[in-house]
Design a protein around this ligand. Structure first.
Ligand code: AHR
Length: 503
C-alpha cells in the first residue's frame, strides 16, 4: 500500500466555513419545479402540491440556501407574472430553454416550499431584459413591511409578513451571448451598480452578488471582472463564479484533476477582486459566491433532440444528467476545493437540486432517488461545518493531459464546534490503495469515530430508480489511532469521510 500523510493543528486554520457553501439551485427549467419539487396529484404531494419525498431528501442534504428562479430563465422573467391568483398568471414563452412557463409555481409558493425544506431563498433579479427599476420593485414586494404599492400587493396576495430574502443575485451570466439582454462588462457594471444602490436603499440589510464571468473559459474572463467591479465594487458583496466539468473522452485521471482548474479559477477571481480593492483604496474585501457548480455533459445530445422535437413544451426532461461514480469523486473534490478556499468562498450552489443536473431525481408519478453526487454533498454538508483547517498534505502526484503535479490524495479537514475533526479525502489513483497517516496530536486524545466510504469498481456505475443504492456509502476499512497519530486506508478510487472525536 502506498502512503500519504496529513498534519493538522487546531491553530492552523483557513477560516470559518460559511454554511451557505452547501447551497443549491432551482431554476424554472426542465422538471426542476414541475415534476421535481412540485407535482400535485402525486401520492407524495402535500396540500400545496409539493412532493414530500423530495422535501425529505432536500432536508437530509441540509441545504441552507437555494438560488431561484434562474439561471438563464431569469434574464427574460417578469417577477410580477409569478404572483397573485394562479389562474390569472400568464403563460409565457421562455426563450432561454425554448419552453412554456405556466407560472403555476411562483414566488409565494417557492417561499413556502423553502420554509418546508428548512432553507432560505437566494433570489435572482432580471438584469437582462429588465433593469434597476424592477430590481427595486421586487425587493420592495418581498421585503418591505407594508404601506407601499408593492408591499401592499404582497399583503393582498396573502403574505402579511415580509419574505425576508437576504441574498440577491444581480442577474445571471450577463457576459454570455446566449443570455437574453447580455451586456458588455461596462454596461453590466453600471446597471449592477445602479440596481444595487436602489435595492439596498429599499432594504439595507440585503446582500448582493454581482455576475462574474459565466466561466473561466470565456474570452472576456478577467477583463470582465475587473471592468464591472470598477463600476459596482462599493455596492455589492459577492462576485459570482460558475463552472461545470465533463468527461466526454472518458479520461478519468484527467477528469478528476479538474479541481486544479477550479482552484486556479477561485484564486484568479480573488486576485482581481483584491486588485480592484487596491485601485479603489477600499477597506472592503469582496467574497465569492460560486453559485453554479457541478458536472454537466451527459445530457447534451439528448437535450438537442428534445428541443428540436418539443419546442415550447412544458416541463420537458432537460439537462437530466445521470451521474456516475467518477462524477461523485469529482463532486467530492470540488467540495474539498471550496473548503480549502473557505476564507473567500462564502456561498456555493450545487447546480441544480432536483432532476436538472441534480443530486435528486424523480419520476413523474413515481419514485425519488439519490444520484451518486448526492453522497459527497450530503457528507460535506453534514460534517464539513465549523472551521476549515489548513491541512498539510504530503502525497505523490501525477501528470495528465491538462495538468502537472496533480495530488493523488486530494484531502482537507474541518474542525467542528464540538471539537470533532473530519478529514475529507479522494483517492484519485485508479488502482492503488493508500494509507493516509494523519497527525492529530494537537487535538489531544482522539478516537476514530467513523470512516464513511464511497467506492465502486466501475467508474461508470450509476443509480437508478430500480437500483437506487448501486453507488451508496458504506462503512470504510478505518484504521488505528495511536498517540495522536492515525493510519487510515483509502481504497483506490474512493471518497472518504474520516471522523475523529474525543477518546
Ligand atoms: O444550470 C443550468 C444553466 O447553466 C443556467 O441556467 C445558466 O446560468 C448556466 O449556464
Amino acid at each position: 500500500m502506498k502512503k500519504a500523510s496529513m498534519i493538522l493543528d487546531k491553530d492552523y486554520t483557513i477560516g470559518r466555513i460559511d454554511p451557505r457553501i452547501y447551497g443549491s439551485f432551482i431554476e424554472h427549467l426542465g422538471r426542476a419545479v414541475y415534476g421535481g419539487i412540485y407535482e400535485p396529484g402525486h401520492p407524495q404531494a402535500d396540500e400545496q402540491g409539493f412532493r414530500k419525498d423530495v422535501l425529505k431528501r432536500v432536508k437530509d442534504l441540509g441545504v441552507p440556501v437555494v438560488r431561484y428562479p434562474g439561471g438563464n430563465f431569469v434574464s427574460g422573467f417578469n417577477w410580477e407574472d409569478s404572483v397573485g391568483p394562479v389562474e390569472q398568471r400568464p403563460r409565457r414563452l421562455d426563450l432561454a430553454w425554448a419552453t412554456t412557463e405556466t407560472n403555476a409555481v411562483g414566488l409565494h409558493e417557492f417561499a413556502d416550499w423553502a420554509k418546508k425544506a428548512d432553507t432560505e431563498v437566494m433570489y435572482a433579479v432580471n438584469l437582462g431584459t429588465r433593469g434597476p427599476e424592477n430590481a427595486r420593485d421586487i425587493v420592495e414586494y418581498a421585503n418591505h413591511p407594508g404601506g407601499s404599492r408593492f408591499s401592499d400587493m404582497r399583503i393582498k396576495n396573502g403574505k402579511k409578513d415580509p419574505l425576508g430574502i437576504k441574498l440577491w443575485c444581480l442577474g445571471n451570466e450577463m457576459d454570455g451571448p446566449w443570455q437574453m439582454g447580455s451586456k458588455t462588462a461596462y454596461e453590466y457594471g453600471r446597471i449592477a451598480n445602479e440596481s444595487a444602490k436602489m435595492m439596498k436603499w429599499v432594504d439595507p440589510s440585503i446582500e448582493l452578488v454581482a455576475c462574474g464571468s459565466s466561466g473561466s473559459g470565456m474570452p472576456t474572463f478577467g477583463e470582465w471582472e475587473y471592468t464591472m467591479l470598477n463600476e459596482c465594487y462599493d455596492n455589492i458583496d459577492y462576485v459570482s463564479l460558475h463552472r461545470y466539468y465533463g468527461n466526454p473522452t472518458g479520461d478519468t485521471p484527467g477528469f478528476l484533476a479538474r479541481t486544479m482548474d477550479l482552484d486556479d479559477f477561485i484564486k484568479s477571481v480573488v486576485a482581481i477582486c483584491d486588485a480592484v480593492k487596491g485601485r479603489k483604496h477600499s477597506k472592503k474585501t469582496l467574497h465569492l459566491s460560486f453559485d453554479e457548480w457541478n458536472v454537466w455533459y451527459h445530457s447534451n445530445a439528448q437535450d438537442e433532440e428534445i428541443k428540436k422535437r418539443e419546442k415550447w413544451g412544458q416541463a420537458l426532461p432537460l439537462l437530466e444528467d445521470i451521474y456516475n461514480f467518477e462524477d461523485a469523486l469529482l463532486a467530492g473534490s470540488m467540495l474539498i476545493t471550496f473548503l480549502r478556499n473557505a476564507d473567500r468562498v462564502k456561498v456555493a450552489c450545487l447546480a441544480q437540486l432536483v432532476n436538472v443536473i441534480a443530486p435528486i431525481m424523480t419520476r413523474n408519478g413515481g419514485g425519488c432517488w439519490a444520484q451518486t453526487i448526492y453522497w459527497p454533498f450530503l457528507h460535506a454538508s453534514k460534517y464539513g461545518r465549523g472551521t476549515a483547517l489548513r491541512a498539510l498534505v504530503d502525497t505523490p502526484v501525477y501528470d495528465c493531459s491538462d495538468y502537472e503535479g496533480v495530488p493523488v490524495i486530494d484531502a482537507t479537514a474541518t474542525l467542528a464546534d464540538d471539537g470533532s475533526v473530519t478529514v475529507f479525502a479522494v483517492n484519485r489513483d485508479m488502482a492503488v490503495d493508500f494509507c493516509l497517516d494523519i497527525d492529530l496530536r494537537a487535538f489531544g486524545d482522539m478516537k476514530l469515530a467513523e470512516h464513511i466510504l464511497l467506492h465502486h469498481d466501475d467508474v461508470k456505475a450509476v443509480n437508478t430508480e430500480e437500483a437506487p443504492e448501486n453507488v451508496a456509502p458504506v462503512a470504510g476499512p478505518g484504521g488505528a489511532v495511536d498517540g495522536g497519530k492515525a493510519q487510515v486506508k483509502l481504497p483506490a478510487l474512493s471518497w472518504n469521510v474520516i471522523r475523529f472525536g474525543r477518546a
